[in-house]
Design a protein around this ligand. Structure first.
Ligand SMILES: CC(C)(COP(=O)(O)OP(=O)(O)OC[C@H]1O[C@@H](n2cnc3c(N)ncnc32)[C@H](O)[C@@H]1OP(=O)(O)O)[C@@H](O)C(=O)NCCC(=O)NCCS
Length: 175
């Protein structure tokens, strides 16, 4: 495969961010969820208002994975108060790593992940954490092979449906 680049997303990229966000979310979750719940989440979770707020939050960072300038995946990182839970100043949350299905198993997820770890070290975070749907075995395997361990569970609401996320973390101290 040609060179994949990891580039910081700016507010000017909002349309591309909305497109890759909706497409990868649909590909990942439409099989296990009702159409109504998916529609609601896709409308609200990726609205211009929500993305604009996220892009202008100093504690949040988005990155695209691009191939020949086409966006094929993205990453969202949260520090400080932008974290969805814990909100520990010494931590960094990987809120999202999403790669288009046709590029799974091709190192794109790994490159986005490595960017996350690079940013965590720049922030001198002591650990990185994330929540992953318990019915997403591919992602769970991906994080485990990168050294993450489960430390808790929490409830994630998709539309009206309550689902369980496994919380995982990777300690960075001493590296
Ligand atoms: C999560 C994601 C970024 C990982 O990137 P990727 O390129 O698919 O990752 P890899 O192929 O390197 O690793 C996935 C691993 O899971 C394994 N796997 C695949 N399907 C699996 C399954 N059903 N059960 C268990 N393991 C599975 C693969 O064999 C691989 O392990 P290996 O390297 O030991 O063979 C990517 O799959 C993705 O974008 N998924 C959709 C979005 C998503 O779920 N994001 C995470 C939300 S928290």
């Amino acid at each position: 495969m040609d060179k994949i680049e990891i580039v910081r997303v700016t507010p000017d990229d909002i349309e591309q961010l909305q497109k890759i966000g909706r497409q990868t979310f649909s590909e990942t979750f439409c099989a296990g969820n009702t159409e109504e719940n998916m529609r609601k989440y896709l409308d609200e979770g990726f609205s211009f208002e929500k993305l604009t707020a996220e892009l202008s939050d100093d504690n949040a960072e988005f990155y695209f994975a691009t191939l020949d300038k086409n966006v094929i995946g993205y990453l969202k990182l949260n520090a400080g108060q932008a974290q969805t839970e814990l909100k520990d100043e010494k931590a960094l949350e990987i809120e999202r790593i999403y790669v288009l299905k046709e590029f799974h198993g091709k190192q794109v997820g790994q490159l986005l992940y490595e960017k996350a770890i690079q940013v965590a070290k720049l922030h001198t975070a002591e650990y990185v954490w994330l929540g992953v749907w318990e019915e997403n075995p591919r992602a769970i395997h991906f994080y485990k092979k990168n050294g993450f361990i489960e430390f808790d569970k929490h409830i994630f609401k998709l539309g009206e449906d309550e689902q369980t996320d496994i919380m995982m973390k990777l300690q960075l101290n001493g590296e």
